[in-house]
Ligand binder design. Structure first.
Ligand code: NAD
Ligand code: WQD
Length: 335
């Protein structure tokens, strides 16, 4: 069995990817400091897999902690999810984001290098494309940022690429678009802490009756219905994309960024309509001014993912809404 370190594995994307790794016969080891997740996730993972989770609590910015985990377990591959991810929080606390996300990566790269571990899959984001990209957006499009969170992703991608030029590091920077939904067990799912700002949790909260309506930010974009268009992708497609990436970097040098999206744009109104259909609930909405820094339309060019990873998203927006709704009904007030 092959051991894989998952930093931030108690979080949304990491915990779902953990399950795909177990299914595929890998031996994942999670490290997390629970700064944006709950210990309960580990119990749920254990319940689903019927196996004890190999978990170490700690901060990836702590060299000695990370070094001991990598050394003791002879880790050769890492999936690096651990980061802070709130756009709004990053605007209010930029140094916290630079410190956690950039220092965390530097520390990880140092411990990997010190232990001869050279395979890295890094959680990047569509936000590295900034606000001026043509759609569908290709991996070689210009990078730009509109908030400190997005800047940390660009900095991290650049550090990884530069380090790989003079070392054995073999990496893939996976740029996720908009992951939503949950695992089919409905035992784990999206459970944002603090103020909810992403669309899907707001739609789910409205459907369940926790909030009266969805605030739609902008109805005058140059899109088919005037609302924002994004590449929403099922979380299990994202998880499977990681598996495909791991399989490839174990065999060959890749060293590039790859989009993980469906290749299809879906508007905010289309998401709300799909959710209404699935939940059989009336979902009220009201239009508000555009959110600062928002782009009208972005979705992925997925040619490279198909070619290099032999992977493509399999689930559609109805699947995504169904799984989000199942999870919400089970956890109406959070996990
Ligand atoms: P999440 O907040 O649910 O998970 C991140 C996990 O990392 C959390 O469990 C948190 O406690 C942990 N963590 C953070 N800093 C840490 C530290 N210093 N030491 C140890 N653990 C730490 O976020 P997510 O949605 O699962 O995102 C995972 C990764 O994917 C992040 O890097 C995020 O930036 C990136 N990403 C997410 C999305 C998305 O929409 N969810 C989109 C694009 C990229
Ligand atoms: C989607 C659409 C909003 C909430 C963010 C981060 C990005 C990535 C994914 C981590 C937009 C509209 C939203 C609401 C709305 N995360 N909207 N009402 O902005 O594409 O991406 O999450 O890397 O970095 O920026 O996702 O879900 O916030 O917004 O109308 O209450 O929904 O304006 O058009 P976004 P989102």
């Amino acid at each position: 069995m092959s051991k894989v370190l998952i930093t931030g594995g108690a979080g949304y994307v990491g915990s779902h990817t953990y399950l795909s790794l177990i299914d595929a016969g890998y031996e994942p080891i999670i490290v997390d400091n629970f700064s944006n997740s709950k210990e309960k996730v580990l119990q749920s993972l254990s319940k689903i897999t019927k196996e004890k989770v190999n978990f170490k609590e700690g901060d990836i910015c702590d060299y000695h902690f990370l070094n001991s985990v990598i050394k003791k377990n002879s880790i050769s591959s890492v999936m690096h999810f651990a980061a802070l991810k709130s756009v709004e929080d990053s605007i209010n606390n930029p140094l916290l984001y630079y410190k956690n996300n950039v220092e965390g990566l530097i520390n990880l790269l140092k411990t990997m290098n010190d232990n001869g571990c050279n395979k890295l899959i890094f959680s990047s984001s569509a936000c590295v494309y900034g606000i001026s990209s043509d759609v569908p957006v290709k991996e070689n499009s210009n990078k730009d940022f509109v908030n400190p969170y997005g800047h940390t992703k660009i900095i991290c991608e650049d550090i990884i690429k530069n380090i790989s030029l003079n070392s054995e590091l073999n990496f893939i920077n996976l740029r996720y678009f908009n992951p939503i939904g949950c695992h089919e067990s409905e035992e784990i799912g999206e459970d944002p802490k603090g103020k909810i700002s992403n669309l899907m949790p707001c739609v789910a909260d409205t459907a369940i009756g926790n909030q009266p309506f969805v605030k739609i930010f902008g109805n005058n974009y140059d899109t088919r219905d005037g609302t924002g268009v994004r590449d929403f992708i099922h979380i299990m497609d994202i998880a499977e994309g990681h598996l495909a990436a791991l399989d490839i970097i174990k065999k060959e040098k890749v060293n590039c960024a790859i989009n993980l999206g469906t290749g299809k744009g879906i508007s905010v109104l289309e998401v709300i309509n799909a959710y209404q259909k699935v939940s059989e609930k009336k979902i009220r909405y009201e239009f508000f001014p555009e959110r600062k820094g928002d782009i009208g339309e972005i979705y992925a060019d997925v040619t490279l993912a198909k070619k290099k990873l032999k992977w493509q998203a399999r689930r559609d927006i109805i699947d995504m809404c169904q799984s989000s709704w199942a999870w919400k009904k089970r956890n109406p007030y959070g996990y």
